[in-house]
Design a protein around this ligand. Structure first.
Ligand code: SF4
Ligand SMILES: [Zn+2]
Ligand SMILES: [Zn+2]
Length: 309
């Protein structure tokens, strides 16, 4: 094996080569670089306002990283309180282990941690949904319920912002998915949000500029504890196709993920104000702001009720 190239910033051996920028970095300089980019992105997204900040915390590497980075940032800010939320989708063998890890980590950090269950909201677990007719598109149910529970939670605790751990790969996949399905409305709603509609807690996504492998190396070299399993249903998720395509694109043309993010940034001001349009109506069932008579979560609850009747 050829010797590792030295770090571009010091004489130590590098642990990674960032193909899109050509940089070789050792562990300490990768950590420094990740922290610098996340702080810069957080500032660009408006920073942390005083008050409570909700963090969507699954126990995985991305949400663990964002939680710990925010915990560090908030350490210098007595006016900011971090609150972590885990949604329990009801997936046996996967979520209970992650919950155990999440409980331990938040206890160690002294962060308030709350859990909301899909079963309490939808009347069924995601395992039960997956056991139903496979035409239901189960992962979209899970995503809608999760977003709803996160937002309800953020409102309940009076959070000024809701932070998610989406990394650059997740973000580029979502942008590509929405472009490929011509869903400009969904694209327009993608966080971060600087303005929002009543009832929707604005999102911050400070990890969206960090590629997944760098989040992984950051978490690993910092010695974080996280839950490293994939959801057993993730192979069926539509996202898996986009993950593979983007992986190949990035191999062939390093920088593709960053370019997709830039495309979104340039497009966003030109997209219709989908959030404002949503806020013009209320769901007749639950009162949440909605673009139609029934919000997506209530539509899905109805479909589940019909399928289980
Ligand atoms: S893979 Fe599907 S079922 Fe599993 S957590 Fe993600 S959205 Fe939910
Ligand atoms: Zn170095
Ligand atoms: Zn509703």
């Amino acid at each position: 094996m050829p010797p590792l190239a030295p770090c571009d910033a010091c004489p130590k051996p590098s642990i990674t080569w960032l193909r899109y920028s050509g940089q070789h970095l050792c562990a300490a300089h990768l950590q420094e670089s990740v922290e610098r980019r996340v702080k810069k992105e957080l500032k660009k997204q408006g920073g942390l306002p005083p008050g409570r900040i909700g963090v969507a915390y699954s126990g995985g590497k991305d949400s663990t990283t964002v939680l710990r980075l925010l915990h560090d940032v908030a350490g210098d800010r007595p006016d900011v309180e971090i609150v972590a939320l885990t949604v329990d989708e009801g997936i046996a063998g996967y979520r209970p282990v992650a919950l155990e890890v999440a409980t331990k980590v938040t206890a160690q950090l002294g962060i308030r941690h709350e859990v909301r269950r899909v079963k309490d909201f939808a009347g069924v677990t995601m395992d039960e949904v997956h056991a139903l007719d496979s035409d239901l598109g189960q992962c979209s149910f899970c995503g809608v319920f999760r977003r709803r529970l996160m937002n309800d939670f953020a409102n309940e605790v009076g959070a000024a912002r809701l932070v998610t751990g989406h990394n650059l790969d997740d973000t580029a996949q979502t942008i590509l998915m929405n472009l490929c399905s011509a869903d400009l409305e969904k694209l327009a709603k993608l966080g971060p949000h600087d303005v929002t509609k009543p009832g929707l807690v604005p999102r911050l996504t400070p990890l969206r500029v960090i590629p997944e492998t760098e989040v992984y190396l950051y978490a690993l070299t910092k010695g974080f504890t996280w839950h490293d399993e994939e959801c057993p249903y993730s192979v069926n998720a539509q996202r898996a196709v986009y993950r593979d395509v983007l992986y190949k694109l990035e191999e062939a043309r390093p920088g593709t993920r960053h370019a997709l993010l830039r495309t979104f940034e340039e497009l966003k001001p030109l997209l219709p104000d989908a959030l404002a349009r949503d806020g013009m109506r209320e769901c007749v069932r639950c009162g949440e702001p909605s673009s139609g008579t029934l919000c997506k979560a209530c539509q899905f609850r109805e479909r589940i009720a019909a399928a289980t009747a």
